[in-house]
Design a binder for this molecule. Structure first.
Ligand code: 5RP
Length: 222
C-alpha cells in the first residue's frame, strides 16, 4: 500500500476512536488498518477495560501496547467491534479474510452490538467479488469444497503455506457473481467442510468509516 493509502487508513482508524465506549471491552479485528487503530488506541488504553481480539497477531499487538486481552467467553457484553475490510459496498456488505482471520472476525462481529468497519476509500465497490472471496475450510475437505465451489461458478485457489489461527486452510475464490451477498453467504455456508465464508452480509457492518483524500466519510450518512 502507498503512503497515501496508509494515510487514508490512519484517518479512518483515528476516527474509530470516537466509537470507543469508556470503561467497556472493545472488539478488535485484524489487518493493517486495524494496526493503525491499535496504535491510535494505545495512548488512550486506560479508557477501555480490555479488548477481545480476532487473531493471535492483533492479540500480540494489543498486549504489547498494555491493553489486556480477554477470551470472548469471558465477555457477556461487547458493545463495539472495530475491523477492516477487503471490499465494502455502500450497503455495508463486506468481503473479509485477506488476512486469514475471517472466522474469529465473524464470531466477534456477531457477538458485538455495533460493528464499525474502517477502510481507505479504495475498498468501496459497486458489487462484491473483484477481490477473491476467502473461505476457511477444514484441511481434509479442501479439494471437495473446491469442486463444489466450481458448481457455483467459482475458481478456488488454495492459499498455500497459510494455516489459520484455527489450524485450517484458506481457499480464495475467483470469478463469483455476487449479486445477492446474504443469499450467497448462506448458500456457500452449506458446503460441508466450509468453516467460514468471508462474506459479511447476513451480519453487515453498522458503520463504515472511510479515509478519503478529502478527509473522513461515514456511511450510512446521517
Ligand atoms: C483480515 C481482514 C482484514 O480486515 C482485511 O484483509 C483488510 O486488511 P487491511 O486493513 O490490511 O487492508 O479481513 O482477515
Amino acid at each position: 500500500m502507498s503512503a497515501e493509502g496508509d494515510a487514508k487508513k490512519r484517518l479512518a482508524a483515528q476516527a474509530a476512536l470516537d466509537y470507543v465506549v469508556d470503561g467497556a471491552v472493545i472488539g478488535v479485528g485484524t489487518g493493517s488498518t486495524v494496526n493503525f487503530f491499535i496504535e491510535a488506541l494505545i495512548p488512550y488504553r486506560n479508557r477501555v477495560r480490555a479488548a477481545v481480539s480476532s487473531s493471535n497477531a492483533s492479540t500480540e499487538r494489543l498486549q504489547a501496547g498494555g491493553i489486556p486481552v480477554l477470551d470472548l467467553n469471558e465477555v457477556e457484553d461487547l458493545g463495539v467491534y472495530v475491523d477492516g475490510a477487503d471490499e465494502a459496498t455502500r450497503g455495508l456488505h463486506l468481503i473479509k479474510g485477506g488476512g486469514a482471520a475471517l472466522t474469529r472476525e465473524k464470531i466477534v462481529a456477531a457477538a458485538a452490538a455495533r460493528f464499525v468497519c474502517i477502510a481507505d476509500e479504495s475498498k468501496v465497490v459497486a458489487r462484491l467479488g473483484t477481490f477473491p472471496l476467502p473461505i476457511e475450510v477444514i484441511p481434509m475437505a479442501r479439494s471437495y469444497v473446491k469442486r463444489q465451489l466450481a458448481t457455483h461458478g467459482g475458481r478456488a485457489v488454495w492459499r498455500q503455506g497459510v494455516v489459520t489461527d484455527n489450524g485450517n486452510h484458506i481457499l480464495d475464490v475467483h470469478g463469483l457473481t455476487i449479486d445477492d451477498p446474504p443469499a450467497m453467504e448462506s448458500e456457500l455456508n452449506q458446503i460441508v467442510g466450509v468453516v467460514t465464508v468471508g462474506l459479511f452480509a447476513r451480519r453487515p457492518a453498522d458503520v463504515l468509516i472511510l479515509g478519503t483524500a478529502q478527509g473522513i466519510k461515514v456511511l450510512p450518512q446521517k
